[in-house]
Design a protein around this ligand. Structure first.
Ligand code: ADP
Ligand code: MG
Length: 257
């Protein structure tokens, strides 16, 4: 059975896509079968693994709205063991087009269920909103990873996200859990980062990953080369920390079994 993890935070620019691509690539490098599901109309995960969006014939939109089999929308990446269901800008319409449809919140869940034996991990990169696409992701997921940027007001807006998680738990997915909280873009040169770490740990306690992602220029360069950090610059700090995170994710899952 796949473990399905949504990577969610309605704030933009907190590291959702960077984490989806690089955690996915590192889990695959560690021998796991991984599927990335890009459900953000911006399609940054799609281009981040080297797929030219103009060449995409079927994407997650067709799975959600046109009921095609997810296998038909799936594409390989250059990393062995890592596949993707891409997103294109077409997906921007889905949020509205799904509104009048039957069981609109469970469409992704039903689609991913068809793939449940094919992957060890399915990672869903959510858009920066709490709309129907994020609801579909939280409904389909076993758990959610929340990336939080180490900056002023890091916790601002989180109550809305946690409230959405609670509503999904109550009405759509009673077993949804918080997988972990990931601190991202730490600038080790400032005291602010340390304060944010303390604040977030006080709030989420043992849910916070020990691995903290620092700011690393190589991480921000890799997407424009259509590569995950592990192939773009395997010796970089960014590659080292995302590999550490992948090991932490695997360890928690083994402990939970
Ligand atoms: P989100 O998906 O939450 O909007 P992204 O992952 O796209 O956030 O990150 C926002 C921007 O910050 C991107 O340009 C990305 O390359 C950059 N970025 C993300 N994480 C890091 C990091 N650890 N160090 C440096 N730049 C980063
Ligand atoms: Mg993103």
């Amino acid at each position: 059975m796949s473990k399905i993890i949504a990577i969610a935070n309605q704030k933009g620019g907190v590291g959702k896509t960077t984490t989806s691509v690089n955690l996915g690539a590192c889990l695959a490098t560690l021998g796991r079968r991984v599927l990335l599901v890009d459900i953000d109309p911006q399609g940054n995960t799609t281009s981040g693994v080297g797929i030219n969006k103009a060449d995409v014939e079927s994407c997650i939109y067709d799975v959600l709205v046109n009921d095609i089999h997810p296998q038909e929308a799936m594409a390989d990446t250059k990393i062995p063991g890592l596949k993707i269901i891409p997103a294109t800008i077409q997906l921007a319409g889905a949020e509205i087009e799904l509104v009048p449809t039957i069981s609109r919140e469970v469409r992704l869940k039903k689609a991913l269920h068809l793939l449940k034996d094919e992957f060890d991990y399915i990672l869903i990169d959510c858009p920066p909103s709490l709309g129907l696409l994020t609801i579909n992701s939280l409904t389909a997921a076993d758990s959610v990873i929340i990336p939080i940027q180490c900056e002023y007001y890091a916790l601002e807006g989180l109550s809305q996200l946690l409230n959405t998680v609670r509503l999904v738990q109550k009405h759509l997915n009673t077993t949804l859990q918080i997988e972990g909280v990931l601190l991202t873009m730490l600038d080790a040169r400032t005291n602010l980062g340390i304060q944010v770490i303390e604040e977030v740990k006080k709030y989420f306690q043992q849910k916070v990953y020990q691995t903290i992602i620092p700011r690393n220029v190589r991480l921000s360069e890799a997407p424009s080369h259509g590569q995950a950090i592990i192939t773009y610059d395997p010796k970089s700090k960014g590659a080292e920390v995302y590999l550490e995170l992948a090991k932490e994710v695997i360890t928690y899952e083994q402990a939970a079994r």
